[in-house]
Design a protein around this ligand. Structure first.
Ligand code: G3P
Ligand code: MG
Length: 228
């Protein structure tokens, strides 16, 4: 029997395309990926953009912090395939109506972007999506703020730590899910495990029927899951 766990592409498909690129997201959708994980920051003029790091240094041809660029300035920074840094608006256009789950990570644990939750939630609310978005963050305050703005969305706390009494924690913080670096048994709360690229670890998680595996190589995960 095939596992029910979903497979999410971590930053899209970084084993084949630049991470967090529209090209990678589009390819993954064309190959029937279950879900996409991606990271959101705000530019100096308050435009939500998709990138993992707080700076553009590692993934573009430029240098500096996203928060110090206006959106128009940031558009001059290109990924290794020549694509400009994607905006959340472009991403939502791409995925609108597509049969794909979304995990939007607020990257607010190192750099705080005032108003990011309100702005992002409003954009998502205005988009025609097939599934509810899961909003995750290492910053619990971002999730609390989001819940206060829109209690109907799904929120998931990201952590590398073992959580004591995970079910009680999730209930008290209004969390639909826990996004864990290390598997631990969790009941009645969605459990999505990151970032899993080892086939034997994937197999174990599929056997345990976790809610989702978040991986850099979704095609490998599809093969492993098909054989479970
Ligand atoms: O959501 C899982 C994973 O993306 C969290 O870590 O640093 O890759 O965003 P990071
Ligand atoms: Mg992330």
């Amino acid at each position: 029997m095939t596992s029910k766990s979903l497979i999410y592409g971590h930053r899209g498909v970084p084993v084949k395309f630049p991470e967090n690129s529209l090209a990678g997201f589009a390819y993954a959708i064309s190959q029937h990926i279950d879900g996409l994980e991606f990271d959101v920051h705000l530019t100096k003029d308050g435009v939500p953009v998709i990138m993992h790091d707080e700076t553009v240094d590692r993934t573009t041809n430029s240098h500096g912090k996203i928060v110090d660029y206006t959106f128009q300035e940031l558009r001059q920074c290109t990924l290794s395939n020549g694509e400009p840094v994607p905006s959340l608006a472009e991403f939502l256009d791409l995925v609108s109506g597509e049969n794909v789950h979304l995990n939007l990570e607020f990257k607010t644990d190192r750099q705080y972007y005032p108003g990011i939750e309100h702005k992002v939630l409003r954009m998502v609310q205005q988009t025609d999506l097939v599934y509810p978005v899961v909003f995750s963050s290492f910053n619990l305050q971002s999730l609390k703020r989001s819940y206060a703005i829109d209690p109907t969305q799904k929120y998931a706390f990201l952590t590398s730590a073992k959580i004591g009494a995970p079910e009680a924690f999730a209930k008290s913080e209004h969390l639909e899910g826990l996004h864990l670096e290390h598997y631990q048994p969790v009941h009645h709360v969605a459990e999505r495990v990151w970032t899993v690229d080892d086939p034997s670890e994937m197999r174990q998680l599929f056997d345990r029927a976790v809610s989702a595996v978040i991986t850099n190589d979704f095609e490998l995960a599809q093969d492993v899951r098909a054989a479970v």
